[in-house]
Design a protein around this ligand. Sequence first.
Ligand SMILES: [Zn+2]
Length: 298
Amino acid sequence: MGPGGGGADLISALPEDLLLQELHVDTRIPFTYRIDIRAPALKRLAMSFSTSDKIIVLVSVLAPMLETVSWRCTYSTVSARFGLWGLSEVRLQTEENNGHGGQLPPHVNVLSLFVAADDSYEFPEEVSLTTEIEKHMVTHFSVLELRIETWGHVFGAFALHILEMDQISTAIQSLKVILLSSEDDEACPQNCPCEEPSNWRSQTISLTNLEKVEIKGFQGEGHEFDFLKLVFRCAPMLKTMSVRLSDEVTASNDDCCKKIHDVFKMYPFVECNVIVDLSPEMSIVMVLCFGNVFALEE
Ligand SMILES: [Zn+2]
């Protein structure tokens, strides 16, 4: 299959493709049922396809020599879920290592999960979110990106559920959590399912290789601080923590910054930043390093 080609119920590169080094597939068909790639010499793979909650897509990729990957699966309707969190897109992409951490190689593979909260999701049967995510791990990765449309819900229990997956907890060296919310977000109703399991705040998991964390869209809610503390507690090798405040709180950020610095002070050997966007062109980075605060312009 050449660039832009392909697209069928079955996308396959079979053993006769022993010498195939590059494969690009970008399907425009609405639903892909099965992907089967066995290409021992494959170095570059670009795959873009869609599926839906009505289909359990079967994925099998055997490409041990893979050097770069661009894998993108979009769900035409939100698919597998955990509580009220549904998966809308998964990507696994090779990116240049700009800003993912000093110890990482020049190119890193980034697993990106796009999720959104909605208590109106209905599924014909419960599809395991972790099983759905695992099938897209077609090669190794060291960076996890969680893009979460919170709609005002508590994301900590969900994020913990993802971080404790075997393949993720040991693999990730860098974590980026992007919180997408809007001013119209309503507070959770009482006993909201987003808090399940309710003991998430006191859990400890082992993120043994995690060195760098960035949280964007931080609004200063109590549960966000609980998540921040959880990450510090679970990542003994952490070197850098950056918290970028959401636009909504930057106007009245003094209290929020102080509370963040109070958490940072408990981990004096981690380089910690609070980033406050003053305008589209200018940000202030407040660095807390070994207990001292430095303000820098970005
Ligand atoms: Zn909720």
